[in-house]
Design a protein around this ligand. Structure first.
Ligand SMILES: C[S@@+](CC[C@H](N)C(=O)[O-])C[C@H]1O[C@@H](n2cnc3c(N)ncnc32)[C@H](O)[C@@H]1O
Ligand code: SF4
Length: 338
């Protein structure tokens, strides 16, 4: 098996099926849904905004509200390529996680994903998630040594994280589950020197022939919400800055309190307050006049008139993303958020 090191397809090609640059305001069904099942975390990663000041209260999305939301979204399941069950928080803390995954799968969605820091991912929890039918599990591991990983991912223990991840992969292998694993490294000044060793180790643990992936992408600044000294000073790209952002056309982001955010970068506060998916139809909110007004700014090449979009590094970072896989890039599922 040979690895393919792929940067993503050019954005215009990647998102061609999602929106036309001359988008005329027609109703959009998102191909990706992000539902933040819990806002709260056991860890305190330096590059994450989870503990920044916000009006939001920490907590778990109530199970009845979650099921009601899935019932409303189920009629779109055929168009949805990926349903992420995590946002700004650690999904494994949630005791209902396996039940949520089973509910989503029974409602007809093809792909569910979680991203975890893996510190609390005991064998019992891993088996529950595999049995529930989770399609993709992303392991967020940000170093190859204890010192470096724990400096980035405060309050996690490196040996425990590695043991939990390797164990879940082995359980998948020995019991024949279909789950795909993604080992994900957020490259930043404190850990970039460890990438080569990290790559060699995790490349030997995952199975590319089971569609597992190893991904590296660069730390971003949560639209200027974290100090830019931890990120790249030279990230701006004048061409990308006038291009519309594909995320606001293809992905709806629903927070644990039901609020619909502009995108994953708006997840701390949902500053635009488009609506609440517990009260109104989430796809109507996604297609509301206010949301469309922002899309029109984007298609007019004026997204940088908005502070959140002007400060956002995500699109500029995408061309530097590295995906280790044995799939052609056209066969890759859309990447989960974060
Ligand atoms: C917000 S976390 C939530 C899920 C889970 N707690 C985890 O850590 O995987 C989702 C993803 O965002 C990534 N992330 C957090 N802050 C980031 C930043 N400043 N730049 C790039 N990725 C970031 C994390 O590494 C993780 O892979
Ligand atoms: S990146 Fe994930 S694990 Fe780290 S603090 Fe944020 S939510 Fe928690």
């Amino acid at each position: 098996m040979t690895d393919t090191l792929t940067a993503p397809a050019p954005r215009s090609a990647e998102s061609a099926t999602v929106y036309d640059p001359l988008w005329n305001g027609e109703r959009i069904i998102p191909r990706r849904i992000v539902i933040e099942t819990i806002f709260g975390c056991n860890a305190a990663c330096g590059m994450c905004v989870i503990n920044h000041p916000t009006s939001r209260k920490k907590g778990i999305m109530p199970l009845d509200k979650f099921k009601h939301l899935i019932d409303r979204l189920a009629k779109y399941s055929a168009s949805v390529e990926m349903l992420d069950l995590f946002g700004l928080g650690e999904p494994v803390i949630d005791p209902h996680l396996a039940e949520r995954i089973s509910y989503v799968k029974a409602s007809g969605f093809r792909n569910t994903a979680i991203s975890t820091n893996a510190h609390l991912l005991s064998e019992e929890r891993a088996v529950d998630l595999l049995k529930a039918g989770v399609d993709t599990v992303i392991f967020s591991i940000d170093g190859f040594s204890k010192e470096v990983h724990e400096a980035v991912r405060a309050r996690t223990k490196y040996e425990r994280v590695v043991k939990n991840c390797v164990n879940m992969i082995r359980l998948r292998d020995s019991r024949g589950y279909e789950t795909r694993f993604v080992v994900r490294f957020v490259r930043q000044p404190s850990n970039e020197h460890e990438w080569d060793d990290y790559y060699r180790f995790w490349r030997g643990v995952i199975s590319l022939d089971k569609r597992d992936l190893l991904i590296r992408y660069d730390v971003h600044n949560w639209s200027n919400q974290i100090d830019n000294t931890t990120t790249r000073a030279d990230w701006r790209d004048p061409i990308i800055e006038v291009a519309p952002c594909h995320h606001i056309f293809e992905k709806i982001v629903i927070l644990a309190n039901g609020a619909v955010a502009l995108c994953f970068e708006d997840i701390l506060e949902a500053q635009f307050r488009f609506g609440n998916a517990f009260e109104d139809d989430p796809i109507d909110i996604f297609n509301s006049a206010r949301f469309n007004k922002i899309r029109k700014l984007h298609t007019a090449g004026k997204r940088c008139n908005l502070n959140i979009c002007s400060g956002c590094m995500v699109l500029c970072n995408e061309p530097r993303r590295v995906v280790v896989s044995d799939l052609a890039s056209s066969q890759l599922l859309p990447m989960s958020s974060g």
